[in-house]
Design a protein around this ligand. Structure first.
Ligand code: NAD
Ligand code: IPM
Ligand code: MN
Length: 359
């Protein structure tokens, strides 16, 4: 009997604390060999004792766990958002989780705001660089508060960082299939190289160089503004997209809308071979927190993505099948046309998973 996978669980703030318990129930219902350890990192802990990340926090996660499952971070009581920055961006940067994997898959036509879009039309993956760009917060403010104030926010792009995310995207494209079983074979690089020529030039050159190692993959390029237009007009155009940190953040909220909204979108923060972190794409949604109305599906699909990453493939597939059943039977929350609360929807999904697991 292999030893159980050790999962660190950080529900965080707001609706993170409501959707993560549902994701854990879904995993339990698969009977996957896992054990959970919950961490209280988030706004409550920060407001209580000033701790964002305890000493050795990240090294403990990397050393003692196979994966991390997070909810969301952000709380109106912490207007600086310092805890979210130190926990979430801290994990991405300090654990070097350089590939932010955001699959975009329409599970049912009823969820898509586009006329007559079918699941086969919305089936692509965004691979977002996760450790560089403007997110490093390099720069500064000069003459603050005066009429001459200057604020500089640097966009950091290293050859190493750009090359490894582009190579990850080519390898992902070469080794993954679409939902209909056909091979992925097109990789699109998205940038803004017509305006940001220094960073854009590095991305362009690196993309062309790495492409030479992957002759079976067709390559394409779009500027991020044109990509947004195309994503709405013809999402079937996309297969795998690789882009920088900020463009990846923005286009994956747009992409989430094609899947039914932020309540349906899953993501992984990955460094191959290292402890990786999984979280729904949505935030802590303060206005709806604590009301039992948040959609747990994004967190539950994130659990499936994590199990898949850990090699627990049948368990992961059972979770996805149960979410699909919940959509078809309208056993989800109001944001996606259902009538159930967070807990009731999560319970329904877990019950279906249990029935798959025992049959
Ligand atoms: P948000 O994702 O929290 O909410 C955006 C909109 O989507 C809101 O209308 C919200 O009600 C809705 N929504 C989000 N998740 C939902 C769900 N599961 N079910 C139903 N509706 C859902 O984004 P925001 O409002 O820009 O940010 C709120 C806070 O969350 C901020 O502090 C922000 O910094 C933080 N945030 C954190 C993360 C993260 O931890 N990964 C991601 C995004 C935003
Ligand atoms: C996300 C979020 C974060 C990001 C915020 C909370 C810093 O929007 O994970 O998409 O911009 O990466
Ligand atoms: Mn975002």
């Amino acid at each position: 009997m292999p030893s159980p996978k050790r999962i660190a669980v950080i529900p965080g703030d707001g609706i993170g604390k409501e959707v993560i318990p549902q994701a854990l129930n879904a995993i339990r219902a698969t009977a996957a060999p896992v054990e959970f350890t919950t961490f209280d990192w988030g706004a409550d802990r920060y407001l209580h004792d000033g701790t964002t990340v305890p000493a050795d926090g990240f090294s403990t996660l990397a050393r003692d766990f196979d994966a991390i499952l997070c909810g969301a971070f952000g709380d109106p009581r912490v207007p600086t958002n310092i805890h979210a920055k130190e926990i979430l961006l801290g994990m991405r940067f300090q654990m070097d989780l350089y590939a932010n994997l955001r699959p975009v898959h329409l599970l049912d036509p009823s969820l898509c705001p586009l006329k007559s879009a079918q699941p086969k039309d919305v089936d692509f993956v965004v691979i977002r660089e996760n450790t560089e760009g403007v997110y490093g917060d390099l720069g500064g403010v000069f003459k603050k508060g005066t009429a001459d104030e200057i604020a500089i926010q640097e966009d950091v792009n290293t050859r190493k960082g750009v090359e490894r995310i582009i190579r990850y995207a080519f390898e992902y494209c070469a080794s993954h299939k679409k939902q209909d079983g056909s091979s992925r074979r097109r990789l699109l690089m998205c940038d803004k190289s017509n305006a940001m020529t220094h960073a854009g030039g590095l991305w362009q050159r690196t993309f062309k160089e790495v492409a030479e190692e992957f002759s079976q993959i067709t390559t394409e390029h779009m500027h991020v503004d044109a990509l947004c237009l195309q994503m709405v007009r013809q999402p079937s155009h996309f297969d795998v997209i690789v882009t920088n940190n900020m463009f990846g953040d923005i286009i994956t909220d747009l992409a989430a809308a094609l899947q039914g909204g932020l309540g349906m979108a899953a993501s992984g923060n990955i460094h191959p071979g290292h402890t990786s972190m999984f979280e729904p794409v949505h935030g802590s949604a303060p206005p709806i927190a604590g009301k039992n109305i948040a959609n747990p599906a994004g967190a539950i699909l994130t659990a499936a993505l994590m199990l898949n990453h850990l090699g627990l493939i049948p368990e992961s597939q059972r979770i996805e099948a149960a979410v699909l059943a919940a959509i078809r039977e309208k056993k989800l929350t109001q944001d996606v046309g259902g009538t159930l609360g967070t807990r009731e929807s999560g319970d329904w999904i877990s019950k279906i998973i249990s029935s798959f697991s025992s049959s």
